[in-house]
Design a protein around this ligand. Structure first.
Ligand code: AMP
Length: 279
């Protein structure tokens, strides 16, 4: 497994692979890998001849008061996990190799980015789209894998790929949960044992809302109220809970086409996101 730390070496490697007609998959991550990430890597391996995993805590997608400095990092462990999964290359760039001091070009998706996490984290998706397009270009990938855990992000990347005619195929992987239902996230590492226990209210709320939807309820507010009750009852501070159309990410009152029930909530200082698809 190769570990590549600068953009030119990564590009040369992908050019070599392409010369040999090998199909390249990219799995972009911010590291501190868990089973959710590993499921993306396994999916990538099934669809490509070479898999490159990028590990980069991208500064441009963090707001000034967010957790860029404290974001969990453990490259030695990530490297080990990538080896075990049979990854071909890990792209582990420094911020300096990714962003010139006078970097001034950005990718803005203007519609899907405005609500949900985009409303609470101004500039977040501009940073995400910009770094993802850079990673596509550097890795020369034919396909890239994203998780439905970040449902809004996945839809925005799909839109960017379509709108900018980017020749990369996207694969979306299902959300992976702990046995007790908590969505796997590198940020779970911040939770105290009590906070972690309280955060299970998210999954309980999602399950109850899902059951209500499956029983025929199509009223978004009723589903939102179920979640609100669970999360607030467990001491969580709600950032947003929304039912949105899967195409436009616009809020809907009545669910008569495929929708997404998505939320962000704080347990202690930790902001968690989760979602289920209603379709
Ligand atoms: P991150 O390292 O958090 O930026 O995530 C990198 C990729 O892994 C993104 O495409 C995420 O959607 C995906 N991912 C993170 N957590 C999970 C999870 N629990 N299940 C599925 N995919 C995930």
């Amino acid at each position: 497994m190769q570990i590549v730390r600068d953009t030119n070496t990564a590009s040369r490697l992908s050019q070599l692979w392409r010369l040999h007609n090998l199909r390249i998959a990219l799995v972009p991550t911010m590291g501190f890998l868990h089973e959710g990430h590993l499921s993306l890597i396994r999916l990538a391996k099934r669809h490509a001849d070479r898999v490159m995993v990028s590990i980069f805590v991208n500064p441009t997608q963090f707001g000034p008061n967010e957790d860029l400095a404290s974001y969990p990092r453990d490259f030695a462990r990530d490297e080990q996990l990538c080896r075990q999964e049979g990854v071909d290359a890990v792209f582990y760039p420094t911020p300096a190799t990714m962003y010139a001091d006078d970097h001034s070009t950005w990718v803005n998706e203007d519609s899907l980015s405005s609500g949900l996490c985009g409303a609470s984290r101004p500039g977040h998706f501009r940073g995400v789209c910009t770094v993802v397009l850079k990673l596509f270009n550097i890795s020369g990938c034919h396909l890239a894998v994203f998780g439905r855990k970040d449902a809004q992000q996945a839809l925005i990347i799909q839109r960017m790929v379509r709108d900018l005619n980017i020749p990369v195929q996207l694969l979306l992987a299902p959300l992976v949960r702990e046995k007790d239902g908590l969505a796997l996230s590198s940020r779970n590492n911040y939770l105290s044992p009590d906070e972690r226990q309280n955060a299970l209210s998210i999954y309980r709320g999602l399950q109850e809302a899902d059951a209500k939807y499956k029983a025929g309820c199509r009223d978004a507010e009723q589903l939102i109220e179920i979640l609100r009750r669970h999360i607030s009852g467990a001491g969580g501070k709600i950032d947003y809970i929304s039912v949105v159309s899967q195409d436009s990410l616009q809020a809907v009152n009545r669910i008569d086409s495929p929708a997404l029930l998505a939320l962000a909530a704080y347990f202690g200082k930790t902001r968690l996101i989760d979602n289920i698809f209603l379709d």
